[in-house]
Structures are given as C-alpha cells and as structure tokens.
Ligand binder design. Structure first.
Ligand SMILES: NC(=O)c1ccc[n+]([C@@H]2O[C@H](COP(=O)([O-])OP(=O)(O)OC[C@H]3O[C@@H](n4cnc5c(N)ncnc54)[C@H](OP(=O)(O)O)[C@@H]3O)[C@@H](O)[C@H]2O)c1
Length: 327
C-alpha cells in the first residue's frame, strides 16, 4: 500500500480506502464490519468513509462499534462523515434537517455523528451535496468553525461544481478560514468528465485532493450484471431498485465483456482492473472501495498489484472500449 497526500494537506491517506454506503447495517453487521475493517487495516488501509445519511445514522453506529472492538490507536486511522440530507433523505419534518448546508443544521449534525461513532473528533467532514439555497459563505464559516472547535480536522465537498468549490476556497482564503481540501466525486471507467475535465484547474490552483467513490459502478464493472441481477447483489436490494436500469445497461455490460479479455491477459479480475485504472491517476488521493463480503474486499485490494501493469498501450485499449460509453 502506498500513501498519498490528501491534496495540499499534510495528511497521508492510503491509495485504497473503504466505505460503508449501502452495506453497513443492511448487508454488513457489526461483526462482519469489524472483520472487514481489520482485514483492510492489515493490508495498509488507513481511511474509512461514512455519512450521516447512510442507513439513517446506523452506518455510523456500526462503524463506531467496530472501532471500539478493534481498539486501534486513534492516530493510526482516518474516518470521515458527510452532511446534507439529515438522518433521512425522506424526512421532511423540520426544515432545518433536510437538504441543507445551513449553519443550524451543520453545527448539530457534527455532534450527532460524534455521538453515533463514539469518537472525540472526525478527521474528514464533507458537504455531501451543494445547497443552492444557503450562501456558500455561511457553509464555509460553519465548516471552518467545526474545525476550529476541534470536532473535525479537515473539510471538503462531494459532487460540487468546480465553480462552487473555487468560490468556497476563495471565501476561506479571503477571510482566513479553514479551506476545503478535498472533494468526493464519482469516478470510474464510465464516469470521468468531472475528475478529468471539470476539476482540471483546481488541482494545482487550489491543491484539491480527491477521495473517489463507486470504483466498480456499484458492481457493474465486476461483470456480475452481464446475465441479469444476481440474487443477494446490490441490484437485488429493494431499496436500490432505482439503480437496476443502470446496472443492466446492455452497452456497458457488453463493454465489460470486452474488458474481461484484457483482465485475463493481465492475470487479474475485472474488479482489480477497474480499480487499478482509477488508482493510476495521480490526481486521485484515494479510491474508496465498497464490499459486502470479505472475499470482495480481498479481491479488490488485489488491484494494488495490477496498477504497475497498466502500460500506456493497455490503458489505450481500455479507453477504446469504455470512453465512448463514459459520462
Ligand atoms: N459521496 C458520495 O456521494 C458517495 C456515493 C456513493 C458512494 N460513496 C462512498 O464510496 C464507497 C464505495 O462506493 P460503492 O460501494 O458504490 O463502490 P463500488 O465498488 O462501485 O460498489 C461496491 C459494491 O459492488 C459489489 N462488489 C464489490 N467488489 C466486488 C467484487 N470483487 N466482486 C463482486 N462484487 C463486488 C458489492 O455489492 P453486492 O455484493 O451487494 O453486489 C459492493 O458493495 C461507499 O461505501 C461510500 O463510502 C460516496
């Protein structure tokens, strides 16, 4: 495992990390989470991603219980959470707890996450989506204040436009506040525009780091959806029915079939090929993996050995297959 600076910050994150979306509480209980966190940590993973909204707070509870069981030194791992939807994307009861980055919500949200995770501070906090109804300055001040209070160490954004990230960074620069240091975008073989084009100027000009999500496009890039939706997979979960059409996209599944030949020639799995392809991008600080089972995590960590095998010729072949289908 190698470690990369999170953007311009001094924090070193492992090139592969592990997240809890969909899995924790729904597919992965505390025992299994503890086992997977331990396996990842033993392989050198030092960053674990979470969000307030995942399983309506229960994902933070599971991760907190697992940390407690593992008794790691707090200096040795990095944990994140994200704020925007409140505890539930559906909840519409209080205007201050739904789809917002206003100060009232953010200052309460951090306390809830700390409580659920049983931690004194969280390393990375994210604005989970942009909020066009709150002035960016209000959000920047609240995030910066949370850091000044010592409840979190670094802050960033997720799925913000380049223009909004730059606006936030400039407000912080102007007022000597804590600047956003990282963004969490979707990035995989079929989803590339933002990371490769839209953010291009931000890397050097603001020192933006990236913690990228859904490296396997929710499993599509493993080839498991080529013959329909397998039982027990993410696509089979009732709560994920909205993603089924994307997972069964015929053109993308045919492209995955073509990638299989490249993976076989390299002696790796499709998942490893897709993850290694992301990891070779030096703008990516860490690739956040997802896994519902230990065997998947082990497969995915094997991508580390594949990254050095991706020569420009092989990358050109991969691009010829996937780029025409990428957003
Ligand atoms: N900021 C954001 O808005 C945002 C959004 C999404 C995710 N994220 C973060 O990014 C992390 C990773 O995203 P993701 O879970 O969507 O990643 P992903 O790698 O695209 O999908 C992971 C899922 O694919 C299946 N899978 C993984 N490895 C496999 C393998 N080797 N063989 C077969 N199936 C395999 C598993 O689902 P099944 O076994 O159930 O099929 C697993 O849960 C999340 O946990 C979260 O921390 C952030």
């Amino acid at each position: 495992m190698q470690y990369r600076r999170l953007g311009r910050s001094g924090l070193q994150v492992s090139e592969l990390s592990l997240g809890s979306w969909v899995t924790y509480h729904n597919q992965v209980d505390t025992r299994s989470a503890t086992e997977m966190l331990a396996a990842a940590f033993d392989a050198g993973v030092n960053f674990f991603d979470n969000a307030e909204v995942y399983a309506q707070g229960e994902s933070e509870v599971v991760m907190g219980q697992a940390f407690k069981a593992l008794k790691w030194n707090r200096l040795d791992y990095i944990v994140s959470t994200k704020f925007f939807w409140g505890l539930s994307r559906e909840s519409n009861t209080t205007v201050n707890r739904k789809d917002t980055l206003n100060r009232k919500y953010l200052m309460q949200a951090i306390d809830g996450s700390l409580r659920r995770m049983q931690l004194d501070f969280i390393d990375l906090i994210y604005c989970h989506r942009p909020d066009p109804h709150t002035p960016i300055e209000e959000t920047v001040r609240a995030m910066s204040d949370i850091i000044t209070q010592g409840k979190a160490l670094y802050w960033g954004t997720s799925e913000w436009s380049a223009a909004d990230i730059r606006a936030a960074w400039e407000i912080a620069e102007r007022h000597h506040l804590h600047k956003p240091v990282m963004e969490q975008p979707q990035y995989h073989l079929f989803h590339r525009q933002r990371v490769e084009q839209e953010y291009a100027r931000l890397y050097d000009e603001t020192g933006l780091g990236l913690t990228t999500w859904s490296p396997l496009a929710s499993g599509l890039l493993t080839g498991k959806y080529r013959d329909g939706i397998p039982a027990g997979s993410r696509g089979a979960l009732e709560s994920m029915s909205w993603i089924r059409e994307q997972l069964q996209d015929p053109a993308r599944n045919a492209a995955v079939g073509q990638l299989d030949a490249i993976a076989k020639a390299l002696g790796c799995t499709l998942a490893q090929l897709a993850i290694a392809w992301i990891n070779r991008n030096p703008r990516v600080s860490t690739v956040i993996l997802g896994a519902s089972k230990l065997s998947q995590l082990q497969d995915n960590l094997g991508a580390l050995a594949v990254t050095p095998k991706l020569t420009p010729e092989i990358v050109a072949k991969i691009d010829a297959i996937t780029l025409p289908l990428a957003k």
